[in-house]
Write a protein that binds this ligand. Structure first.
Ligand SMILES: [Zn+2]
Length: 355
């Protein structure tokens, strides 16, 4: 009874001028892909020319990491690498297809995968946060670089600048997800440090460098969610206090809030805390569509300042460029995971094209 009276009083109240006025059209319709290998350039150009406009993708994230031949530190390269002209050519094709290209290099974490240590720490083992430990990366998820090494930023930010120049990009995605090796005992500079301060400091340093060249920082948002309080756990959120760094992060950093198994309502939480945010699904269309529903609902119901921060959606893929392109085209040798991912992309973008 009391509840009904309350609802009636709300219904009768005049509409506040601060109520949402955001356009119902979702501004960000993004796709995140691994950069193609040189052998797949032709397939990539064709895929971008045809699929991006057809599906309505307006922002393409390409994760290059060290798979391009940079001009500043040429020894830091993972083969087979794209040439500078190939990177420029991809950027032109994406632009001509009506989309913005946002290049990515994973910074801080994700410096190895399984037994492979990537080019940065192979070339500069002195940058490793756990130098000499974990032979063949046994017992760890991914290596990290040391954010306090005095020479590491000259190198990684040099690579970032070179890639942004090649892509003519004014937005950059720095990864920064799933950082588990941080303030390690093995590191003489970071041992005993506060993880939130270290993580926040690294994000601010990257942000400030990019801001100096008029470039916006995008990053995966998982380290800023409290994994215990939310019950989300240590992968899609943090259990080692890095989330305490959020108040120290400049509000123009854009949060890419990835959740693949459930539509946790965390994008709205980031928007309420002042950050522009995108929801990022992967393989499950049911999750993607519920994330989109939440974005639509919040853009309708929140104040316009909050509504405008809920930018939209970024479909992730995680099956490699070629597998995704094959699955999208219905080729039989695409993996089951790639087919599931491509089906999610199709369903999500079909819904996004509704407005
Ligand atoms: Zn360190």
């Amino acid at each position: 009874m009391r509840r009904r009276q309350f609802l009636q009083s709300v219904t009768l109240a005049p509409v506040s001028p601060a109520a949402a006025s955001a356009s119902p059209r979702i501004p960000l319709r993004g796709l995140h892909l691994a950069a193609p290998r040189p052998a797949d350039m032709e397939l990539a150009q064709r895929f971008f020319e045809e699929v991006l406009p057809k599906e309505g993708v307006n922002t393409l994230f390409l994760e290059f990491n060290y798979g391009f031949r940079n001009r500043r530190f040429p020894k830091i390269v993972d083969e087979p690498a794209l040439s500078p002209e190939q990177v420029r050519s991809l950027a032109r094709t994406v632009r001509n297809a009506g989309a913005k290209l946002i290049p990515q290099i994973n910074l801080l974490g994700h410096q190895s995968w399984a037994k492979t240590t990537f080019a940065l720490l192979r070339t500069h083992p002195e940058f490793d946060e756990s130098p000499g430990l974990y032979p063949e990366n046994e017992g760890i998820y991914c290596r990290s670089y040391c954010p306090r090494h005095p020479n590491v930023h000259e190198v990684v930010l040099g690579l970032v600048d070179d890639l942004c120049e090649l892509c003519d990009a004014h937005d950059f995605h720095a990864g920064l997800d799933e950082v588990f090796l941080l303030a390690e005992e093995a590191c003489p500079r970071c041992r005993g440090a506060n993880k939130a301060e270290l993580f926040g400091g690294e994000v601010r340093l990257i942000h400030d460098h990019l801001a100096g060249r008029g470039t916006t920082l995008w990053m995966w948002a998982d380290r800023f969610l409290d994994g215990a309080a939310t019950g989300i756990g240590k992968w899609e959120a943090s259990l080692d206090n890095t989330h305490m760094a959020l108040p120290s992060i400049p509000k123009d950093v854009i949060m890419c809030d990835w959740h693949y198994e459930a539509a946790h309502p965390t994008a709205i939480w980031f928007a309420l805390h002042g950050f522009r945010t995108a929801s990022c699904p992967w393989r499950k269309a049911s999750v993607a569509l519920r994330q989109l529903d939440q974005i639509r609902a919040a853009r309708r119901d929140a104040t316009s300042v909050v509504a405008d921060r809920l930018l939209g959606m970024i479909q992730t893929t995680w099956v490699g460029f070629t597998q995704f392109a094959k699955a999208y085209s219905g080729e039989k040798d695409a993996s089951p995971q790639a087919r599931e991912t491509a089906a999610c992309f199709r369903e999500l973008f079909k819904d996004l094209r509704r407005g």
